[in-house]
Write a protein that binds this ligand. Structure first.
Ligand SMILES: *[C@@H]1O[C@H](CO)[C@@H](O)[C@H](O)[C@H]1NC(C)=O
Ligand SMILES: *[C@@H]1O[C@H](CO)[C@@H](O)[C@H](O)[C@H]1NC(C)=O
Length: 140
């Protein structure tokens, strides 16, 4: 019994190690009212596609932890998005299948500044990637 649990532990840690979530850029800078595209990439299968895709992206800001984007079992959950981002976030659905989470955030506010984190889970594993966004105020 012990041997089996040990084997499972080794197997699952191997799976975790092969499933990655990367950021294409670890930090972004933008001016308020401008827009930006934040991008994450995750491991995809060479054959077939995922049945179960879970994505949870959040922003850790001075105003708290805000939900930016969420996918549950392959289905988007727009209702979970925080009001602060309402109508300002667009996802590039075409590239999502290729393992790219491209979130376009428009009309940036200084309070959007913070640490942006995306958790991705599929049958193949779980991982997360983070990047920092800093939005600067424009002074006249
Ligand atoms: C993640 O980054 C590593 C190191 O740069 C690279 O080898 C790997 O292919 C990347 N994977 C994905 C899914 O972006
Ligand atoms: C940014 O947009 C807000 C709301 O539309 C506006 O009040 C503000 O003047 C704009 N700031 C700049 C620097 O353009």
């Amino acid at each position: 019994m012990k041997m089996i649990s040990l084997l499972l532990l080794i197997l699952s840690s191997c799976l975790c190690a092969t499933f990655v979530v990367n950021v294409t850029q670890s930090s972004y800078e933008a001016e308020e009212n401008h827009s930006i595209t934040l991008e994450w990439t995750f491991t995809t299968r060479t054959q077939g596609s995922y049945r179960d895709l879970f994505i949870y992206c959040e922003a850790n800001t001075d105003h708290g932890v805000l939900v930016l984007y969420q996918v549950h079992e392959g289905v988007e959950i727009p209702k979970s998005q925080d009001d602060q981002f309402s109508g300002r976030v667009q996802i590039d659905k075409d590239v999502l299948r290729e393992g790219r989470i491209r979130l376009h955030v428009s009309r940036l506010r200084t309070e959007d500044s913070g640490l942006y984190l995306c958790d991705v889970k599929t049958e193949d594993g779980f991982n997360s990637g983070r990047c920092r966004l800093s939005v600067t105020e424009i002074k006249d």
